[in-house]
Design a protein. Sequence first.
Lengths: 132, 156
Amino acid sequence: MDTNNRNDLERKPSHALAKRPEPLATLVTPVADIYETADSFTIRLDMPGVSKGNVHVMAEPGYLVARGEVDARVHESGTLLFSEIGRKRYIREFKLGEGTKHNEIQAQLEDGVLVITVPKSDELKAREITIR
Amino acid sequence: MSLIRWNPLHELDRWPSDFFGVQRDINRLFDNFFRSSMGSEETMATSVYAPAVDIAEQENEFVVKVELPGVAKEDVKISLESNILTIKGEKKQEKEEKNKNFHRLERSYGSFQRSFTLPSSVKSEKIDAVFTNGILNITLPKIEEAKPKQIEVKVR
């Protein structure tokens, strides 16, 4: 139900945008699932319409940013009868805590979902202590 | 816990360049509020959500685009019944939930559905659908009679 309300709220402005000759891209914070496993953190970001060439993940100690731009060919020529997708740019920033290996981060795009894997450093990994 | 929690209020600083994003964040705050007050994860899993859609009319066809990131093509069903186009399906969560400790769960899972009434001028047997980068593209060709035609009128 929330989703419907949200769409109704956004329909009007996006219609207005769609009629401009060169519509401005809306900045969108993509929704994320974040989970932790024994040796890494995984971030899954919804970025529908983004292809491999249009996505950038940058990491430095303590900071990670993911950006993506929806492909131009997603926007069809012709008369838009119904417009909820619109032109979008995705951006989301994350703070990385100590104990993450920022230089070993891996990212891949799976069906419009950006999957970022942040490995944990050895100090952070859970370890079983042998009983002597 | 090594990742620091994302603070939605921090995003409010982007106003007004990020108007839609802010709106979404506010909605999300409320969503989270209601979710947590209702408690169970089941309400989340069983709720039906409506994916965002673009519909464009071109000279020879209608093009419908549906945002379905992370949805497998086997889990989407498209049907046309007396000019009502229905796109429905299910976004499944990954199976291996064991040994995963979730910090955030914002993406929607579960069933989705949207229906649209099409003009009667569509070749229903020629409808085609392709999945690209999480966007479902449905092409609905128009029947010949519905295509724009140039009629020449001779002036006497």
